[in-house]
Design a protein around this ligand. Structure first.
Ligand code: ARG
Length: 460
């Protein structure tokens, strides 16, 4: 059934019809659409725009339609134009005349804007609870590894020793910001657009405040043209999700590197790895790789929707129907990625010995050697030079800095004495980095407390 047949004398081309139909994907919005229509019918009845009997009949039938779809009794007709048309046509086929009054003062333009806002808010809530679960997992790991020493890297070259807790808490910060970004995006999504009509609002005395309240929105939209043609909440949402994927992809890449034979810092659980069809020994980190791969897909949706919205004249244009797959696909991708990542992370096994041994190699204490010289009165630039010469000597002798004898190091500089060795022990190198935000146990205890406070505020 068409909702706009009157003005037409000819039939739409079969391919054109299939081309513009969005039901294949917007059927996802059936619940939001029906809930919106129920509130709208209540309001129409309350305002005397339609009779109370008609309002009641509409509401009852819409509730039944929702139940029937949910039970699988009513199949969504894939030949309908979109979900809004399908629900309205079904309503009319069930209750006739009264059903035809539902769309009074409303347009699919404000209807779809409403449905999308409801959907995005719901998905933000889902993603935020997944993020909280992930933050909890990071915190648990951090708590058990404040003394687990590992190398920190720059350029993927060993740089300075840190702790595993410090590394994991770095991701805590990233995903905390992702959480806050989504919450912020939610505020701008939380605007109720019904009453905007097709573009210029309507002459019927609608009660927008009532609709806002019923549908659980914070405020009503302030400009009807903007309300029906704005999709920046979708763009912002996908942008927030792109950031989550970017962060996930970084940690995934690290897990892949850490699980290589060369590093051997972690083992990924069998539950999150796969084998090779030819090489019997292989255990591949496919989940981590796929999450990285899917990051590109979410970025693609972001670029797609930004490009689609570019240069669109006000107000609604059918171009905007393309918003849906971008939003749906990226939300589904991010949810699945977070789910798998969280499980994979929680089941990681850490090879603590290897991490520490790795930090012991690569001269990660060379900065501390320079810092010891600074304490002895050398200017840092000079100390850097001396420590560099020590490294060169140790490389030649194929030993660690702390394995050079006092005699050997005194040849590099007379300033050295045997207190030097304690100052460059790996434990000490971590211990002395006790500034807020650093890797020492004391600093981490503070960071862990802050993280706990953040999470406890969320659950209040
Ligand atoms: N399926 C359409 C969309 O998602 C609904 C709005 C249709 N409005 C219109 N004026 N054709 O954009």
């Amino acid at each position: 059934m068409k909702l706009w047949g009157g003005r037409f004398s000819g039939e739409i081309d079969e391919h054109a019809n299939a081309f513009h139909s969005s039901i294949g994907f917007d059927k996802k919005l059936y619940k939001h659409d029906i809930k919106g229509s129920i509130a709208y019918a209540q309001m129409l009845g309350k305002q005397g725009i339609i009779s109370n009997e008609d309002a009641k009949a509409i509401i009852k039938s819409l509730e039944q339609i929702l139940e029937d779809i949910e039970k699988g009794v009513l199949k969504i007709d894939e030949t309908a134009e979109d979900i809004h048309t399908f629900v309205e046509a079904e309503l009319i086929s069930r209750i006739g005349e009264a059903g035809k009054r539902l769309h009074t003062g409303r347009s699919r333009n404000d209807q779809v804007a409403l449905d999308m806002r409801m959907y995005v808010k719901e998905e933000i809530d889902n993603l935020c609870s997944q993020l909280v679960q992930l933050l909890r997992a990071f915190l648990d790991t951090a708590k058990s590894h404040t003394s687990t020493i590992m190398p920190g890297f720059t350029h993927l070259q060993k740089a300075q020793p840190i702790t595993l807790a410090h590394h994991v808490l770095a991701y805590f910060q990233m995903f905390k910001r992702d959480y806050l970004r989504l919450q912020d995006c939610r505020k701008r999504t939380d605007e109720m657009p019904l009453g905007s009509g097709a573009l210029a609002s309507t002459s019927y005395p609608l009660d927008r405040e009532f609709l806002r309240e019923k549908l659980g929105f914070a405020v009503i939209t302030e400009n009807s043209l903007d309300a029906v043609s704005d999709r920046d909440f979708c763009i912002e949402f996908i942008s927030c999700m792109s950031m989550i994927m970017m962060h996930l992809s970084r940690f995934c890449e690290e897990l892949i590197i850490w699980s290589t034979d060369a590093f051997n810092f972690i083992s990924i659980s069998d539950a999150y790895a796969t084998g090779s069809s030819i090489m019997p020994q292989k255990k591949n980190p496919d989940m981590a790789e796929l999450i990285k791969g899917k990051t590109g897909r979410v970025y693609g949706s972001l670029i797609g929707i930004l490009s689609m919205m570019k240069s669109l004249p006000l107000a609604y244009n059918k171009d905007m129907q393309e918003d849906k797959e971008a939003v749906f696909d990226s939300a589904g991708t991010v949810r699945a990625s977070l789910q798998v990542f969280c499980g994979m992370f929680e089941s990681l096994q850490y090879n603590i010995e290897n991490m520490k041994n790795s930090a012991l190699g690569g001269y990660t204490n060379a900065t501390d050697a320079a810092d010891w010289l600074v304490k002895k009165g050398l200017a840092f630039r000079e100390a850097h030079e001396v420590s560099g010469r020590l490294v060169l000597l140790a490389i030649e002798k194929k030993v660690r800095l702390e394995e050079l004898s006092l005699e050997e190091i005194k040849k590099v500089s007379q300033i050295f004495d045997d207190t030097f060795y304690d100052a460059i022990s790996i434990e000490r190198c971590v211990e002395v980095r006790s500034l807020e935000g650093g890797p020492s146990k004391g600093a981490l205890e503070k960071a862990i407390k802050n993280a706990e406070v953040f999470l406890s505020k969320l659950s209040q």
